[in-house]
Design a protein around this ligand. Structure first.
Ligand code: GLP
Length: 242
């Protein structure tokens, strides 16, 4: 695990964007794993800016999102598919139909999860997975207690995660869905390169466990210690317990 501590989110964004640019240079049809949450937003801004300047093209790239809330209507602004479109895919030249997410409105949830895994496999797997981390150490929506080998499935969100994410729902905890579909830890581990971004002191405990804790389902991100190519990009606050 490579840990890089940088001065500010802008520097983190530039380094992560350089990694995406290098991958796309080698492999224009690369498969990107896209994360929601606030952590990758500066990166998405940086990639969009480079695309606007003609320095980078995602025209042949494909994308798979990590997770999705269950039950939010197709037009709901916090539906992760809409969030990714708003924050990233609509601002770059990636084809709209080249981006996929788990179907949080599916009637047959296990079939939708299996279809999602199959689509990722057919695309050749994820080349570069962008990740954030929850304050409780979750990645995607793999909450504490998640099987380290899990694949895409339905999960119940913890109260802590719903409290953390209530800010996106006008601060109304009751408006935050109780369930989600998420790539499993085993699914995430299948990506060839993982870039995890964490900023701010509220992530320091989770980052400490990620890098220095015992591998355990109690801190799901610790599974990344078994991955051969993980880059963890931190600011001073997130690195403060290392
Ligand atoms: C959500 C997402 C995760 C994300 C986490 C951290 O729960 N499902 O993918 O990593 O929040 O979010 P933030 O980056 O806003 O702190």
């Amino acid at each position: 695990m490579e840990i890089v501590i940088l001065d500010d989110p802008g520097a983190i964004a530039r380094l992560a964007a350089d990694t995406i640019a290098a991958l796309l240079h080698e492999k224009p049809a690369a498969v990107l794993g896209l994360a929601t949450g606030s952590s990758p937003l500066s990166l998405y801004d940086e990639v969009a800016a480079r695309c606007a300047r003609g320095e980078l093209s995602l025209a042949e790239a494909r994308g798979f999102t990590l997770d999705e809330y269950v039950g939010l209507g197709a037009e709901h602004p916090e539906r992760y598919r809409n969030v990714i479109d708003r924050e990233f895919t609509s601002r770059v030249d990636i084809a709209r139909d080249a981006v996929h997410g788990p179907d949080g409105l599916a009637e047959d949830v296990p079939a939708a999860c299996a279809a999602y895994e199959e689509a990722m496999a057919e695309a050749g797997g994820v080349d570069l997975q962008i990740l954030g981390i929850g304050t409780d150490g979750h990645i995607g929506f793999n909450e504490p207690g998640s099987s380290l080998a899990s694949r895409t499935r339905i999960k119940t969100l913890t109260r802590q995660t719903r409290l953390d994410n209530a800010r996106f729902f006008g601060g109304d905890l009751d408006a935050v869905p109780t369930h989600c579909l998420t790539q499993g830890l085993g699914t995430i581990m299948a990506a060839r390169h993982i870039v995890l971004i964490a900023t701010g002191e509220e992530k320091a405990r989770a980052v400490h466990e990620l890098a220095e804790g015992a591998v355990s389902a109690s801190w799901p991100a610790t599974v990344l210690q078994h991955h051969p190519h993980v880059s963890v990009l931190l600011d001073d606050g997130a690195a403060s317990h290392l």
